[in-house]
Design a protein around this ligand. Structure first.
Ligand code: BDP
Length: 686
């Protein structure tokens, strides 16, 4: 086991379970002639592979249902007498149900379209792999979000920005001629989760990705992905008309610029008829954009939307912006975008990161959610763990995704969660050429959780973890309990040992590896950790209350009022919203300083506990994967301690306070932590 098979392992079941399963899947029944659909063939392909793997018997494909058959049906092919709630299934949903058909017990996988049959087939395989009672199967599922996308930050030279799993899986150099078999497995894995789109290239885009040779390469990938319902999108560089078209300007209101993009869109759709659209990072971190010409984000987005609309394409326009002169970086996305509500074309989606800063271990939800009622918005999360220990720290992100999806925006009224405000979800991919895809076995759980929660935003992260473990490692009940518990604890562990109590952005410069709370000399104020934590002799934290930057007012009034006062701010976000004296009394009765130390200690202890739990699974989990995870947990334990020691050494020096009784002082002097350098840390792009 090297992890390549992900959660689609289909390993043999014990004899009794295998026989029971085989009895539910003796044959696969489709309407005569239906097999010519590439999507249906893809569904049949995995059903056959799965059933054969699990039971040892390859089911035949037939057109007449015998007892124990699996029927794949749409309204057009459903046998007479089968009434199903077709309408509720929508375009992508599916229904799995045991029914009696002309006296025979069969299972139907029903959907309105082949894509639903594909998703239903994978759902049936998930049920089979997780030990569900197939004889009582009755599962209905339809996604609420029509768009569920991966965003690859992959460069054309095969480096990956914030990638920790090897190189880009897109071998641009050899495409379109070589279509690596891995592309099919990539598409299968995504289809098994319901992910239906993928942006191939980095948001820090190169114009070359829009040239004919690169479009041919993207078209080859689109062709591989099409049977799996996965559409291709591209990040577009806003200045492409200048760089590729030789124009003097990329002003979105300039007729020549508009004509250039129109021709480019037409060219793209000739190569990729079902092209999804553009993702754009504009006027952010040095990327060109409409503001270079005195135009707004809406002007830029609408110009692109107009040329894609005739083809059915969309624009995902990112709201991740921050200017160098801001008082509060957390306030900028809202300040720039909220006033544009109502100005975006119908096929524009404003893509908003989960929090107002940048993919920290914990942030409050982004205040733009719910604040742009006349604009379609997408939630962007980062699956790759740029700020959470790269791929060597075990952090299951399900709870983080769940926390933001369930966050109540109070807009327009209580109960309006982030999940109910969005129309799309995008995840910055963590996939690379590593044999295990994601750089670590457990990071594949984050790809999995992203897909499952994007499909069904109401799913519980705990349930998702459990089913992933059952499919990935073992169905041994005790082991499943242990691994699930360990995963569920891991997110709070990283918050504790990196940035507890609402602290944020204490990471090392550029690469974001390791602690560097002391950094204060970077060119821009809001790149410095000291800007974010503001620790001094008087206290610690960023005051975003009305007494400070005031940005808390970007939230709905009820929340703004609650979070304006330390007493009514959840402690998990305390130092995000408030600057408080070191002797501030916490709910525990401890002072803020003592509480901070306690959190760092707890983080370290939690990782030690995870290590022990994992060690106990030796012999239950296959040797190779067990050993690999063990090695990474050792790294994580060492680095959790480093985070704790370095941060506390610094905060102690700044506060001048004595170590709380019974506390271990840092292993080394502050200077030693400050002196560490990581010139070749991964993920910094090409
Ligand atoms: C930050 C990353 C940077 C990305 C940027 C973005 O550090 O590499 O380009 O976000 O999202 O998290 O555009």
């Amino acid at each position: 086991e090297d992890g390549y098979d992900l959660w689609l392992r289909y390993r043999p079941l014990p004899p009794q379970a295998a026989a029971a399963l085989a009895a539910q899947a003796r044959s696969l029944v489709i309407a005569p002639g239906a097999a010519t659909s590439p999507v249906l063939s893809a569904a049949l392909g995995d059903l056959q592979r799965g059933i054969q793997g699990l039971t040892g018997r390859l089911p035949a494909v037939a057109t007449v249902p015998q007892p124990g058959a699996l029927l794949l049906v749409t309204p057009a092919t459903a046998p007479a007498g089968l009434t199903l709630p077709w309408q509720a299934l929508g375009g992508e949903g599916y229904l799995l149900r045991r029914v009696r058909l002309q006296g025979r017990e069969v299972t139907v996988i029903a959907a309105n379209a082949d894509r639903g049959l594909l998703y239903g087939s994978f759902a049936w395989l998930r049920a089979a792999q997780t030990g569900a009672d197939l004889a009582r199967l009755d599962e209905f599922s339809a996604p609420r979000l029509p768009l569920r996308l991966l965003n690859h930050w992959d460069n054309l030279d095969r480096s990956v920005e914030r990638g920790y799993a090897g190189s880009s899986i897109w071998d641009w150099w050899k495409l379109p001629d070589l279509r690596d078999a891995r592309y099919v497995d990539y598409a299968r894995a995504n289809a098994s989760l319901g992910i239906n789109g993928t942006v191939l290239n980095n948001v820090n885009a190169k114009a070359e990705s829009l040239t004919a040779p690169y479009l041919a390469k993207a078209a080859a990938l689109a062709q591989v992905f099409r049977p799996y319902g996965l559409r291709v999108y591209l990040s577009a560089r806003f200045s492409a008309p200048v760089e590729l078209g030789g124009l003097q300007t990329a002003d979105p209101l300039d007729p020549a610029v508009r004509a250039w993009w129109r021709a480019k869109a037409d060219e793209i759709y000739r190569a990729i008829p079902d092209f999804g659209g553009f993702l754009v990072k504009a006027n952010s971190e040095g990327q060109p954009g409409p503001q270079d010409y005195g135009r707004s984000h809406a002007d830029g987005a609408n110009m692109l939307a107009e040329v894609l609309a005739p083809h059915g394409g969309i624009v995902m326009w990112r709201a991740f912006v921050y200017a160098p002169d801001a008082r509060d970086r957390a306030a900028q996305g809202f300040a720039e975008f909220q006033p544009l509500d109502g100005q975006f074309a119908a096929n524009v989606i404003v893509q908003v990161k989960n929090g107002p800063i940048d993919f920290q271990p914990r942030e409050p939800f982004h205040p733009l959610f719910g604040a742009m009622p006349r604009t379609a918005t997408a939630l962007e999360v980062q699956i790759t763990k740029e700020y959470l220990g790269f791929s060597t720290h075990l952090v299951y992100l399900g709870p983080l995704f769940e926390e933001v999806l369930r966050a109540d925006t109070h807009r327009p009224a209580p109960g309006a969660t982030v999940a109910r405000q969005i129309t799309a979800m995008a995840g910055v991919a963590n996939i690379g050429t590593d044999r295990n895809w994601c750089g670590s076995h457990f990071d594949c759980a984050n790809w999995y959780a992203f897909g499952r929660l994007a499909w069904d935003t109401d799913l519980a992260a705990a349930r998702v973890a459990r089913e992933w473990v059952q499919q990935t490692f073992t169905r041994d009940r005790r082991a499943v309990d242990t691994v699930t518990a360990l995963m569920l604890d891991s997110r709070e562990a990283v918050v504790d040992y990196m940035t507890p109590l609402g602290l944020h952005h204490l990471m090392g410069t550029g690469h974001h590896h390791g602690p560097a709370p002391w950094v204060s000399d970077l060119e821009r104020a809001d790149w410095n950790p000291t800007y974010f934590h503001r620790a001094g002799p008087d206290g610690i934290g960023f005051d975003r209350s009305p007494r400070g930057s005031g940005s808390v007012a970007q939230y709905a009034p009820a929340l703004a009022a609650r979070w304006s006062e330390p007493a009514t701010t959840p402690e998990a976000l305390l130092l995000w919203f408030h600057h408080l004296p070191w002797d501030h009394r916490m709910a525990s009765g401890r002072t803020l300083w003592q509480e901070l130390v306690a959190h760092y200690d707890r983080g370290v202890a939690r990782v030690e506990a995870m290590r022990e739990q994992w060690a106990g699974l030796r012999g239950v989990v296959d040797a190779r994967r067990h050993a690999e995870v063990t090695a990474y947990l050792a790294v994580q334990a060492r680095e959790a301690r480093w985070w704790r020691d370095a941060c506390l050494a610094y905060f102690q020096a700044v506060s001048g306070l004595p170590w709380p009784a019974g506390t271990q002082p840092p292993a080394e002097a502050l200077e030693a932590y400050r002196a560490r350098r990581f010139k070749f840390a991964p993920g910094q792009g090409g």
